[in-house]
Design a protein around this ligand. Sequence first.
Ligand code: HEC
Length: 147
Amino acid sequence: MKFGITALALFTATLFSVSVAMSEPGKESDVGKARVPADEMEEAREWKNPFPATPENIAKGKALFTGKATCFTCHGNEGKGDGIAGAALDPGPRDFHNPLMKNRQAGEYMWVVQNGIEGTGMISYSPGIVSEEEAALIVLFEMSLLK
Ligand code: HEC
């Protein structure tokens, strides 16, 4: 009987830790916390997107996001953070529809695309993989998802 209870307790504990471990990857980090380091924030926030948010420019940004820039592999085609390559990442890719993203400035998005986020799957994409102009178009698309 004693053995039975210990075994049951062990089994429950294992199940619990497995479910905790499984719920972590793919989950996005706290959006309330800025991704740009404090000492670079002022400069980042001053950046203004040179492209107006016209449907044409947003479509160009989406084509890059879902194409050669490979953002979709982690962030998903619609930017929901549900791309197949993002499922195993901890923290998971950002969901650009998260309403708290409304507090971000365009320059904060841009900073991340240029610098990446240390210690996460988010690497630097510009100027290596996309040009600064292409990155700016992608930022237009990402921010359009909030409307
Ligand atoms: C290999 C997976 C992966 C790819 C590909 C990827 N990202 Fe990310 N991205 C992440 C992860 C993971 C995070 C969240 C990091 C964190 O929470 O600190 C993130 C975060 C971001 C953020 C920060 C959002 C915020 O909270 O301010 C931006 C902007 C972003 N990605 C843009 C892009 C763009 C644009 C591309 C394509 C050029 C791209 N990402 C490609 C994994 C990826």
